[in-house]
Design a protein around this ligand. Structure first.
Ligand code: HEM
Length: 469
């Protein structure tokens, strides 16, 4: 009888342990605080959808549970961290968890650098980073200036009270900057630029829908629209690659596409990385510029201060690599735009061995989100976080904050955004060229709402008007 009782008790305990560990509803797999999954299949996906986006959900979770929290994306446990102290503990981690970015595979392809980890990821970053390194950037100034001047020419022909679709212009401008500087594609007409960004918009909206609504059925109208948009974008990117291969190289013009072509003979990989850099480059920068002009249009005093700095530092000259660093206030405006608009809300890493973070065990292969956007909105470092205030980034005020409290481009494992220095140069030259010629004002009566996807963009077009200076 005693034997039976011992056997039954052991069996029940084993069963309990199995249930606790196999059913993701249990929090016992980790000591990290966080919510229970709402359903066994979807975990907290419905909570993310209710919050509006992953970024908004992370804001809720971190305010409730603290700097480290864990939740369920479907059946997968995901950890999120948001403080400089915890970021520091993850500062050497390079590998990106494929599962959190799986959604984008149908667009950029599984061979994209986005999914390249370990030695292969590092090898490719090393090859490509040379053309975006600080001491290489001076190559890009003349072309960025020329494209900015062309934008000014176009805006000069716009009547004083005409309504200008800001995001459309800024996205097109950033796309052109990327194509010319990274791919040498000078031949794209405005119509082609518009066509590409239109197709991209369709494809991207579908990607973002998948975040909250799941995958569409094969053959559905959603799927057909996505496939068609992807096909048209692919045709254009393939044309760029073909042109680059065909034309004899000017040895002074070594571009990102040359670095990609030199690093591999795998055509699928070349296509995926080219598309990833086109998208990575224009969507983010286009939105940074959109938000920067929007904030300046709604803060005329700050816009005037930027104008005065441009006059004082540059007079009538263009920006060059020497004067670039003297535009201190403009750079504060760009940083405050990146912070206030939360342009890229999160990054992520994983390790293929058990590890520890903030005193908690992290089971191997668990995705760890770097909640960059939550950190950018932290009241401890940014009082009244929704207020647009470039003085937060004055040299004195910046000193009082840990540098890891401001990482809009990611920070971990030397896998920070490869284009971040290039993006600053693009934004600086673009804004100087526009603001020294025009005063920008917002058309009244608009409600501007941000949509926090993988990149934060306005829900609807932002309309502005300009006055010549
Ligand atoms: C202001 C504009 C930009 C923002 C806010 C931004 C933000 C980011 C962030 C947060 C990441 C993830 C980093 C990580 O995993 O830790 C990233 C990755 C990336 N960005 Fe940017 N980015 C910007 C501009 C650009 C530009 C101009 C380019 C191209 C020239 C670019 C190309 C990429 C690529 C290819 C990756 C993936 C790199 C890899 O897998 O190692 N980005 N970006």
């Amino acid at each position: 009888m005693l034997d039976f009782v011992i056997f039954a008790a052991t069996f029940l305990i084993a069963l309990l342990i199995a249930v606790i560990y196999l059913y993701p509803g249990s929090r016992r797999v980790t000591s990290i605080p966080g919510p229970e999954p709402t359903t066994k299949e979807d975990g907290n996906l419905s909570d993310i959808a209710r919050a509006g986006s992953l970024h908004e959900y992370l804001l809720e979770l971190h305010s409730q549970y603290g700097d480290i929290t864990a939740f369920w994306m479907g059946q997968e446990l995901v950890v999120s961290i948001c403080s400089p102290e915890l970021f520091k503990q993850h500062a050497a981690v390079f590998d990106r968890p494929p599962s959190l970015f799986e959604l984008f595979k149908p667009l950029i392809g599984e061979k994209s650098i986005q999914y390249a980890n370990k030695a292969e990821g590092r090898r490719r970053r090393k090859c490509y980073d040379t053309v975006l390194a600080h001491d290489y950037l001076h190559h890009y100034y003349p072309a960025i200036q020329e494209i900015s001047d062309n934008l000014v020419k176009k805006w000069s022909s716009i009547a004083k009270d005409e309504h200008i679709p800001l995001a459309q212009y800024m996205i097109g401008f950033a796309l052109k900057l990327g194509l010319v500087n990274l791919f040498g594609s000078k031949a794209w007409s405005d119509e082609q630029i518009l066509e590409f960004s239109h197709q991209y918009e369709i494809a991207w909206q579908e990607m973002e829908r998948r975040l909250t609504e799941g995958f569409p059925q094969d053959g559905s109208s959603r799927m057909k629209a996505f496939e068609e948009a992807k096909k048209r974008m692919s045709e254009q990117v393939n044309k760029i690659i073909k042109n680059c291969k065909k034309h004899k190289k000017d040895p002074n013009e070594y571009l990102l596409i040359d670095a990609v072509l030199e690093s591999t003979t795998d055509e699928e990989l070349v296509f995926s990385d080219a598309l990833t850099y086109v998208i990575g480059g224009f969507h983010t920068t286009g939105n940074v510029l959109t938000w920067a002009v929007y904030f300046l249009a709604t803060h005329q005093d700050i816009q005037d201060k930027v104008y005065k700095e441009i006059k004082k530092v540059l007079g009538e000259e263009d920006v060059d690599p020497k004067t670039y660093k003297d535009l201190v206030y403009l750079h504060q405006v760009i940083d405050e735009t990146l912070r206030c608009a939360v342009v890229a809300p999160w990054a992520a890493r994983f390790q293929d061995f058990d590890s520890e973070l903030g005193g908690h065990k992290i089971p191997k292969n668990t995705p760890v989100i770097h909640a960059l956007g939550v950190s950018l909105q932290n009241e401890k470092y940014y009082p009244v976080p929704n207020k647009f205030d470039p003085d937060r980034f004055s040299p004195e005020n910046s000193k009082s904050r840990p540098s890891l409290a401001f990482q809009p481009f990611g920070f971990a494992g030397k896998r920070i955004c490869p284009g971040y220095k290039f993006a600053y140069v693009e934004a600086t030259i673009g804004l100087v060229t526009l603001l020294r010629k025009f005063k920008v004002k917002l058309i009244e009566g608009q409600v501007v709402t941000p949509v926090y996807g993988l990149v934060t963009h306005p829900e609807d077009e932002i309309w502005v008007k300009i006055e010549k200076r």
